[in-house]
Design a protein around this ligand. Structure first.
Ligand SMILES: NC(=O)c1ccc[n+]([C@@H]2O[C@H](COP(=O)([O-])OP(=O)(O)OC[C@H]3O[C@@H](n4cnc5c(N)ncnc54)[C@H](OP(=O)(O)O)[C@@H]3O)[C@@H](O)[C@H]2O)c1
Length: 384
C-alpha cells in the first residue's frame, strides 16, 4: 500500500550525499521526517534522533525506539558505508547488518521500506574481473562494497515487507544549482582533476559514465513511497543518455573555464592498463609524475574497474509516479552545474573561496585526504 500524504518517515543517512536531497524532497512532499543521524545532526526542519544502525534498536533507549515503531509509517534507508575501506568487516557491518536492523524496525512498525542500493551491483562480477587485470586480485574494497550492497538487496527482498529498491548510478549535484551535500567518491575525483592533481583520466574514452542529479534520485525516493508496488525495483540512471568519457572530459573543461575556476588544458583519457604500466614504472607513491599524483592516480585506476568494458544500465525511473525520464540535456546540464559548484566551493584556487555552511566537506587545500578521495587500492574511498 502506498503511504498517505503527510506521513511520518524515518530517514537514515540524512547527512549524506543522497540523504540531504532526499530530506528536502520528503519535506516538499508534505511528510514529517525523523532523521536517524549517526555522527552529526542535520539542518532542515527534521527531528534528529542519534543512533547507530549496526546496533540492536539502533542503540536508542528502548522507550524512544518503541515510540518510533508506533509512529513511523515508512522508512527510507540511505545510511551506508560508502568509502571503499580496506577493512571489509566495517563495510559489511554497516551495509548488511545495518540493513538487517532497518528491516527489523520496518517489520515492527509495519512500515513500507525504500532501500537505496546501487546500479553498480549489476557489475560486481565485472569489477572482480577488471580488478584482477589491474591489481592481480579480484577482491578489492570496491568489490567488497558492491557485494555488501548485493547482499543487502537480498535481505530486503526476503523480508516479506512492502518495499522498493532503488539502484542509482553515480550521484552528482542538483540539476538546477549543482549543489552537492557531501563531496565523496566520483565528485572527489573530479575535484582532483579540476585542481590539476591528476593529468590523465585512467578510463578509456569510449567508456560511459552514468551519472544522475541528486534531485532526480530524491524525487524517485519520494515517488517510491506512493507507488502501488509491493516489491518494486528501479534503476535511477541516465541509461542511454549517459555520456562517454570523451564527452565528460570536454564538459569538465568547458565548465571549469566557464566558471572562472582553474582551467586545465589537455585532460586526456587513457586506458587503465596503460596507466597501470606507467604507474609500475613510476615506483611506489612518488609524489608526482607525468600523470600527476601517483597516489591519486592509483586510486582512480582502481575505481575505473566499475566502468571498463561495461554495458549501459537499464533506466526505469520514469515508471515511478510523477518522475520524468532523464534526457541527455538534463544529464549534461546537471554535470556542468555540478562542476561549476565544485570549482566555486571545493577546488583550491587563487581567489577567495566561499564556504557555504550546507556543504559538509572541508575545502581541500592540497591533495585530498585519502578518506575523501576516489576509491582504490591501497586505501580507496568512493561511492557507486
Ligand atoms: N553517492 C552516490 O554516488 C551513490 C551512488 C549509488 C548508490 N548510492 C547509495 O545511496 C545511499 C546513500 O549514499 P550517500 O552517497 O549519501 O552516502 P554518504 O554520503 O557516504 O552518507 C552515508 C550516510 O550514512 C550514515 N551512516 C554511516 N554509518 C552509519 C551507522 N552505523 N549508523 C547510522 N548512520 C550511518 C552516515 O552518517 P555519518 O556521516 O554521520 O557517519 C551518512 O549520513 C547508499 O546506500 C549508497 O550505497 C550512492
Amino acid at each position: 500500500m502506498p503511504i498517505p500524504h503527510r506521513s511520518t518517515v524515518l530517514l537514515t543517512g540524512a547527512g549524506g550525499a543522497v540523504g540531504g536531497p532526499v530530506l528536502k524532497a520528503l519535506h516538499a512532499a508534505g511528510h514529517r521526517v525523523v532523521a536517524l543521524v549517526h555522527r552529526q545532526d542535520v539542518a532542515g526542519g527534521a527531528r534528529s534522533v542519534r543512533g547507530d544502525i549496526t546496533r540492536p534498536l539502533f542503540s536508542l533507549p528502548p522507550a524512544e525506539y518503541r515510540e518510533l515503531v508506533r509512529n513511523v509509517d515508512a522508512v527510507v534507508h540511505c545510511a551506508a558505508a560508502t568509502e571503499f575501506r580496506p577493512q571489509p568487516e566495517r563495510t559489511r557491518a554497516v551495509n548488511v547488518t545495518g540493513t538487517d536492523e532497518v528491516i527489523a524496525f520496518a517489520v515492527r512498525a509495519q512500515a513500507r521500506l525504500v532501500h537505496l542500493s546501487s546500479a553498480f551491483v549489476a557489475r560486481a562480477e565485472l569489477v572482480r574481473r577488471n580488478a584482477r587485470l589491474y591489481a592481480g586480485t579480484g577482491t578489492t574494497p570496491v568489490s567488497t562494497y558492491l557485494e555488501s550492497k548485493q547482499e543487502a538487496e537480498q535481505r530486503v527482498r526476503a523480508a516479506g515487507i512492502p518495499h522498493v529498491i532503488l539502484r542509482p548510478s553515480l550521484v552528482i549535484g542538483d540539476s538546477q544549482t549543482g549543489q552537492v551535500n557531501r563531496v565523496q567518491g566520483l565528485l572527489a575525483s573530479w575535484v582532483a582533476v579540476l585542481a590539476g592533481w591528476v593529468k590523465w583520466v585512467p578510463i578509456a574514452a569510449d567508456s560511459t559514465l552514468d551519472v544522475v542529479p541528486s534531485d532526480l534520485v530524491a524525487r524517485a525516493v519520494a515517488a517510491s513511497l506512493v507507488t502501488e508496488e509491493a516489491d518494486g525495483q528501479h534503476w535511477v540512471t541516465a541509461g542511454p543518455h549517459a555520456p562517454d568519457m570523451r564527452r565528460v572530459t570536454e564538459l569538465l573543461q568547458r565548465a571549469s573555464a566557464g566558471s572562472g575556476g582553474p582551467t586545465r588544458s589537455g585532460l586526456e583519457c587513457v586506458d587503465p592498463l596503460t596507466t597501470v604500466r606507467h604507474l609500475a614504472a613510476a615506483g611506489p607513491d612518488s609524489s608526482a609524475s607525468r600523470v600527476g599524483s601517483v597516489r591519486l592516480m592509483r586510486q582512480m585506476v582502481a575505481a575505473s574497474a566499475v566502468l571498463h568494458d561495461a554495458p549501459p544500465f537499464p533506466a526505469t525511473t520514469h515508471r515511478l509516479p510523477g518522475v520524468v525520464a532523464p534526457t541527455t540535456e538534463l544529464i549534461e546540464t546537471s554535470l556542468l552545474r555540478t562542476v561549476a559548484h565544485l570549482n566555486a566551493h571545493h577546488v583550491p584556487g587563487d581567489r577567495p573561496v566561499p564556504r557555504p555552511s550546507h556543504v559538509s566537506v572541508s575545502r581541500p587545500r592540497q591533495e585530498p585526504d585519502p578518506s575523501c578521495t576516489p576509491p582504490l587500492s591501497p586505501h580507496p574511498s568512493s561511492t557507486c
